[in-house]
Write a protein that binds this ligand. Structure first.
Ligand code: FMN
Length: 223
């Protein structure tokens, strides 16, 4: 698969088949993705890969934690800036609307929306997951480099027929996961990623998101 095809056909998969992913395949994906660039080659990433009982324990943990605290524990690194502005606000709104349309969930059905959101915390049925851990002392630059690494993982996985969904929703359980993974005081969970084989029959996996055209975000000078 060439890079252009990989970029244009990778999607966030939100329904997986239960078929397990062998550790060797997850290792192979990470082994390629580690060639991602990072400023100063500092490679600011640490990964916790889970499957089987280790993953089920996290699902149980999430269920319990969110039952007592549905709003979660976002802390000092919120997932989105407060009061997102245009055009980003509209981009975000549209993907939400398109997603719920695929799921046949009407806008006003809050219960159904919440039930759907809860599926995030079951990894949408994925048999494996990655958690991306970053050191709190790292700055914006290193967070960006972590993003490059995550994108590489998603693309390499896609090349191998493995679907993914990045899941920053896990930021809502940062404290719970911090304790569960016995991280050091400096370490924090940035994001999760569900990994597995896409369920081809799930309507949600037919969602194809938009992107703004080049002229909406780029200017060209001196060409
Ligand atoms: C860092 C990051 C975190 C994300 N977190 C979530 C998440 O928690 N739950 C979810 O369903 N999608 C999540 N997504 C998926 C985005 O909604 C998705 O990438 C975007 O709508 C574009 O769609 P596409 O990935 O299908 O191209 C996340 C994406 C990124 C890059």
């Amino acid at each position: 698969m060439d890079v252009t095809t990989a970029l244009k056909t990778r999607i966030s998969t939100r329904a997986f088949k239960p078929d397990p992913l062998p550790e060797s395949l997850v290792r192979d994906i990470l082994d390629v993705a580690r060639w991602s660039p990072s400023g100063g080659n500092v490679q600011p990433w640490t990964v916790i890969a889970t499957a089987g009982a280790a993953q089920r324990a996290i699902i149980d943990l999430a269920k319990t934690a969110l039952m007592s605290n549905p709003a979660g524990e976002e802390g000092d690194r919120p997932i989105y800036p407060e009061a997102l502005w245009e055009p980003h606000r509209s981009y975000r709104y549209k993907v939400g609307e398109d997603l719920y349309a695929k799921l046949s969930i009407p806008r006003e059905d809050k219960g159904a929306r919440l039930a759907w959101l809860a599926k995030n915390y079951e990894f949408f049925g994925a048999p494996a997951a990655l958690f991306f851990i970053i050191d709190r002392r790292m700055g914006h630059g290193q967070w960006a480099h972590m993003g490059m690494f995550m994108q590489s993982i998603a693309l390499v996985a896609h090349e191998r027929g493995v679907a993914s969904c990045m899941q920053e929703c896990w930021a809502r359980l940062r404290d719970t996961l911090h304790a569960h993974f016995a991280l050091t005081a400096q370490e924090m969970v940035y994001c999760g990623m569900a990994l597995g084989y896409a369920d081809p029959d799930a309507p949600v996996n037919t969602l194809r998101t938009d992107r703004a055209a080049v002229d909406a975000f780029a200017v060209f000078r001196g060409f």
